[in-house]
Design a protein around this ligand. Structure first.
Ligand SMILES: C[C@@](CO)(OP(=O)(O)O)[C@H](O)COP(=O)(O)OP(=O)(O)OC[C@H]1O[C@@H](n2ccc(N)nc2=O)[C@H](O)[C@@H]1O
Ligand SMILES: Nc1ncnc2c1ncn2[C@@H]1O[C@H](COP(=O)(O)OP(=O)(O)O)[C@@H](O)[C@H]1O
Length: 298
C-alpha cells in the first residue's frame, strides 16, 4: 500500500452562544461551524508499529505533547475494531496549537477517517461518531468536515444554513489560549438564547448582517486572558472589504468575513507577518489534502 493522506481542515465558529451548563461542568452551546480551505495534513504508511512524527511550521508547539490526539484516536479505533494499532503516521502541523480553530480536534477526526480506510475497516461515519465524541467536544463536527449548527456540548449536529460564496481571513497573534481556561474565566451568570438564522444566505453581505446580531460568548473571558485578541479584531476590521470580524471558538484566532476568497487572500497578506494568518474560501467535506495549506503571505 502506498502512502495515504487525509486533510484536517480548520474549524471556525462564526458565532458561539453559551446556552447552558451541565452538572459535569461542560457548557451547552449553539454555534455555526464552518471549515476553512487550510489545515493540517495526516499521512499513513504501512509499518508494524504505531508511530507518529509531527512536522511542519507549527510542530514545535507540540514537542512536549505527552499524548497526541492522533495517537489517542488511533488507539480508540483499534480497541473498537479488536485489533493492534499499527502504521507510521506523519502529521504536517500548519494550524497554531490551542487556537480556537479545532486543530487537535481536526487531527483526531482526520486520524479516525484515515485509519478507518488504512486498516480496511471502511466503517460508516455514524459508527465513528461515538469515538469522536469521546476524543473531544469538537471532534464530531470535525469528523464530518461539513458546515453544521452545533448543539449539545458540540456533539449534536444539525444542517447549517446554505452558505453563499464568501471569503475568510484567519489571524492568530501566536498566543496559545487554553480552551478550559477560557471557559473557566467566564463570569457571566446568564445564558444566551439560540440564534435565529435563515435557511440560507444569497450573499456574504446578508450572512455578515445576520451574524452581526450574534456573538461569541467566549470573547469576553478570552480578552481577559489574552488582550491581544482585541488588537487582532481591530486589524481585521481595518482590512479593505471586511464584512465582519469575530473570535473563533475559545480563541485566540479571529476570523474576518469577505465577499470572496480572492479578497480574503489579498487582505490576509496585509496583516503583520509575526501573526499566523491565512485567507481563502470555505471548504466542505475535504477528503484529500489541499495544496495551499500554507498561510497566505507566510
Ligand atoms: C470551544 C470550542 C467551540 O467549538 O472550540 P475550540 O475553541 O476548542 O476550537 C469547543 O467547544 C471546544 O471543544 P474541544 O476543544 O474538543 O473541548 P474538549 O477537549 O472536549 O474540552 C476541553 C475543556 O473545555 C471545556 N468545555 C469544552 C466544550 C464545551 N462544550 N464546554 C466546556 O466547558 C471543559 O472544561 C473541557 O474540559
Ligand atoms: N494534534 C494536535 N494538535 C493540536 N493540539 C493537540 C494535538 N494533540 C493534542 N493536542 C493538545 O490539545 C490541546 C488543544 O489543542 P487545539 O485543538 O489545537 O486547541 P483548540 O481546540 O483551541 O483549537 C492543546 O493544548 C494540545 O496540547
Amino acid at each position: 500500500m502506498s502512502e495515504l493522506a487525509e486533510a484536517a481542515p480548520a474549524k471556525v465558529n462564526l458565532f458561539l452562544h453559551i446556552t447552558g451548563r451541565r452538572d459535569d461542568g461542560y457548557h451547552e452551546l449553539d454555534s455555526l461551524a464552518v471549515f476553512a480551505g487550510t489545515g493540517d495534513v495526516l499521512r499513513f504508511a504501512a509499518a508494524p508499529e504505531l508511530t507518529l512524527a509531527v512536522e511542519g511550521p507549527e510542530a514545535a508547539a507540540l514537542s512536549a505533547e505527552p499524548d497526541n490526539l492522533v495517537l489517542r484516536a488511533a488507539r480508540l479505533l483499534a480497541e473498537a475494531a479488536g485489533m493492534r494499532p499499527h502504521g507510521a503516521l506523519r502529521l504536517e502541523k500548519h494550524l497554531p496549537v490551542a487556537s480556537g480553530i479545532g486543530g487537535g480536534s481536526a487531527d483526531a477526526a482526520a486520524a479516525l477517517r484515515l485509519l478507518n480506510r488504512a486498516w480496511g475497516l471502511h466503517w460508516p461515519e455514524e459508527r465513528l461518531r461515538p469515538m469522536a465524541a469521546r476524543l473531544g467536544a469538537d471532534v464530531p463536527v470535525c469528523l464530518s468536515c461539513h458546515a453544521a449548527r452545533m448543539g449539545g456540548i458540540g456533539e449534536v449536529l444539525r444542517p447549517a444554513p446554505a452558505l453563499p460564496m464568501a471569503g475568510m481571513v484567519l489571524a492568530n497573534p501566536r498566543r496559545p489560549l487554553s480552551t478550559p481556561a477560557v471557559f473557566r474565566a467566564r463570569t457571566a451568570g446568564d445564558f444566551s438564547a439560540p440564534a435565529m438564522l435563515p435557511a440560507g444566505w444569497s450573499g456574504a453581505g446578508s450572512m455578515a448582517r445576520d451574524l452581526a446580531a450574534c456573538r461569541n460568548d467566549l470573547e469576553p473571558p478570552a480578552l481577559v486572558l489574552c488582550p491581544e485578541v482585541e488588537t487582532v479584531l481591530a486589524a481585521l476590521r481595518g482590512l479593505p472589504g471586511c464584512l465582519l470580524a469575530r473570535m473563533s471558538g475559545s480563541g485566540a484566532t479571529c476570523f474576518g468575513l469577505f465577499p470572496d476568497p480572492a479578497a480574503a487572500a489579498a487582505a490576509a497578506a496585509l496583516l503583520p507577518e509575526a501573526w499566523w494568518r491565512w485567507g481563502g474560501g470555505f471548504t466542505e467535506g475535504v477528503r484529500s489534502p489541499y495544496s495551499a495549506a500554507e498561510p497566505a503571505g507566510a
